[in-house]
Design a protein around this ligand. Structure first.
Ligand code: UN1
Length: 510
């Protein structure tokens, strides 16, 4: 491991950051819910978990806030989000560092996540003056038809550990400009960054002046608290990020009470490297996509199909990159790969690698790196596994840095394999051949919500709608017109004539 010597006192630094970010000590110093840093494996805080009854009351209060907020003009609501963006700019370094402590991200990725929050705030501010509805031609004389977009209600947000702050902001920034209130249930693995975001937003609210109380709240707790949010009748939309297994529970529960769902579930993202690919570029994109964030993005590159004509040029270089990549403590080193979130993640990785070996996989990397005194931190060398075919664990998402590499000879067979998994989040092709790239992007090409050419699967910008198909859940959040999911549409027909013509020529004379 890089620079194994540890000098940072993680617990102390966490306390100092929380204080700087404005989180009250009482909220994290002596509660019932421990929180750990994957960097050292040590306990860094004890939060106070909420009871289901209190969580219900929080949601009721958010509903009251919604009733006030929905009549504030949208551009004025945008002003609050503008202030949130300002506060995030001012606290970028500290919040990014807290993300590194709590989620184990390397410095540039921790900062990058906060930048993503700033970007969505900017986007949402612009959007606050652009919540457009259509004017529609009507078949009746003296009539006008239009659609209006109204605020929806309390928006529930359930987020995962791997993007502990950005995912909240994608949802919260849009929900707030759309006139909704927000209740957030963060991952139990990253509750401190949630408290920090709440403190930052509260500062923006104080500067804004006049926002209703309880406009945005955080529920610290376990799965049962998430269930309260999912089942509460006053929550018309829940945006949930996590595993496909979680989505299979949340989706039907919401459907049962006709609430909306934005589901952002698993990914088993693939890339295809074609004969004409720029291999230097592909190498860098693959390395970041597969090893970045220690393989713990939902957009992480997990499967790679390489054409037989370039396999022997690309794969040995890739293996070299796997052998030499720096793995280490993100708080003290410039290593490119930080720790896995916890032991369960490491166990999952080991299990998948063993299963891949059984299917004939040849493994480079994958070993655990331990440091004396830090036995509960899980650092691993990313694993590259050459597979004879797409089988066994290759078909599943394992939330760890494992890249399965397969050789192909026929493009259409590779495309078929590409689409032959449950998830449908992100995908990419490396080619300079226009026919291949267009086919990949076409209706019979990649079946994912994100399809890229000559860049990797991860690291999407906020301007596009983010999400995927099939077992990824079908939700879209962040940019483009994703805002529409956070509002309700009304179609209005206005008669300014003196007659009452009925549509479709129907007559009904009384
Ligand atoms: C996730 O991994 O849950 O596209 C979200 C990306 C990031 C977001 C990932 N902008 O990789």
């Amino acid at each position: 491991m890089d620079n194994a010597k540890t000098t940072v006192d993680v617990k102390k630094e966490t306390a100092a950051l929380l204080e700087k970010l404005g989180v009250a000590r009482a909220a994290w110093s002596d509660g019932d819910m421990p929180s750990y840093s994957p960097v050292s494996g040590e306990e860094i805080a004890k939060l106070i978990s909420i009871t289901p009854d209190k969580a219900t009351a929080v949601i009721d209060a958010a509903h009251e806030a919604f009733k006030e907020w929905r009549v504030v003009p949208a551009p004025r609501r945008g002003e609050l989000v503008r202030l949130l963006g300002e506060e995030l700019r001012a606290h970028k370094t500290d919040l990014g560092r807290l993300v590194s402590i709590e989620a184990g991200k390397i410095t540039s990725e921790g900062l990058g996540e906060v930048q993503e929050m700033i970007d969505i705030c900017d986007f949402a501010v612009g959007l606050s003056r652009q919540l457009y509805g259509l004017t529609i031609a009507t078949e009746r004389p003296g009539h006008r038809m239009m659609e209006t977009w109204h605020p929806l209600g309390v928006v529930g947000i359930i987020s995962a550990f791997n993007f502990p702050v950005a995912v909240w902001s994608w949802n919260a920034a849009l929900a707030l400009v759309c006139g909704n209130s927000v209740v957030w249930k963060p991952s139990e693995k990253t509750p401190l960054t949630a408290l920090a975001c709440q403190a930052i937003l509260e500062r923006a609210i104080a500067r804004f002046g006049g926002a209703p109380d309880n406009l945005s709240q955080v529920l610290i707790g376990d799965r049962a608290i998430g269930e309260v949010l999912v089942d509460h009748p006053k929550v018309p939309l829940v945006s949930a990020t996590g595993s496909t297994r979680m989505g299979k529970d949340v989706g039907p529960r919401l459907a049962k009470r006709f609430a909306r769902a934005i589901l952002e579930l698993g990914g088993n993202n693939a890339g295809i490297v074609c004969p004409s690919a720029d291999l230097d570029m592909a190498l860098r994109a693959i390395a970041f996509g597969a090893m970045g964030t220690a393989g713990q993005r939902c957009t992480t590159l997990r499967r790679l199909f390489v054409h037989e004509s370039v396999y022997d040029q690309l794969v040995p270089r890739l293996k070299k990159a796997y052998q030499s990549v720096s793995v280490g403590n993100p708080l003290e080193t410039t290593a490119l790969v930080g720790p896995l979130i916890d032991k369960a993640a490491f166990d999952g990785m080991e299990k998948a690698i063993a299963a891949a070996r059984k299917e004939g996989g040849v493994v480079t990397g994958g070993e655990r790196i331990t440091e004396a005194g830090k036995e509960s931190a899980y650092y691993v060398k990313p694993a590259l596994v050459e597979m004879p075919e797409q089988a066994g664990p290759v078909l599943e998402e394992t939330f760890a840095p494992i890249l399965y590499v397969m050789k192909y000879s026929d493009f259409s067979a590779a495309l078929k394999d590409h689409n032959a998994v449950g998830a449908g989040l992100s995908s990419s092709i490396f080619t300079l051949d226009m026919q291949e790239s267009e086919l990949f992007l076409s209706a019979e090409g990649s079946d994912c919500g994100i399809a890229n050419v000559n860049i990797g699967t991860s690291g999407a910008e906020i301007g596009g709608a983010f999400g995927g198909e099939k077992e990824t859940g079908g939700g879209r959040e962040s940019g483009s017109d994703a805002w529409r999911a956070y509002m309700r549409r009304a179609t209005n027909t206005i008669n300014y004539s003196k007659a009452l013509p009925l549509a479709q020529g129907v007559s009904f004379d009384i």
